[in-house]
Design a protein around this ligand. Structure first.
Ligand code: FES
Length: 112
């Protein structure tokens, strides 16, 4: 495990996102209500950069086909069910990877 400094916390204001690269991996840092989360910046549907999507609370919506992910867990977010009772949350079926975030003296670290 490695701890890598990736940004200053002040560069990620509340309810915004920032794409970063960590040891060759592209991640997106998300600030929701003052807490930071880190996810792989690659939608599990067709690989779009999630950092270009939109944030609504803890839900990050892919800019391409609208899959939704919970930034706290990376799981696909299913806000509704269709007429057959199956969850509807966009075309992604698998979660995106998440990473541990640590903040020390205003510096943001990712554990990879
Ligand atoms: S690439 Fe994200 S929903 Fe299709």
């Amino acid at each position: 495990m490695q701890r890598v400094m990736v940004a200053m916390a002040e560069d990620i204001p509340q309810d915004t996102m920032k794409a970063v690269e960590v040891l060759g991996r592209r991640l997106v840092l998300v600030n929701v209500r003052g807490s930071l989360y880190a996810l792989a910046d690659r939608c599990t549907h067709a690989g779009a950069a999630l950092s270009g999507g939109t944030l609504d609370g803890y839900v990050l919506k892919c800019p391409v086909h609208g899959a939704m992910f919970d930034v706290r867990t990376g799981e696909v977010h299913h806000p509704k069910k269709n007429t057959y009772g199956l969850p509807v949350g966009g075309p992604a079926s698998g979660p995106v990877g998440t990473y541990e975030v640590q903040v020390d003296d205003g510096e943001v670290f990712i554990v990879v």
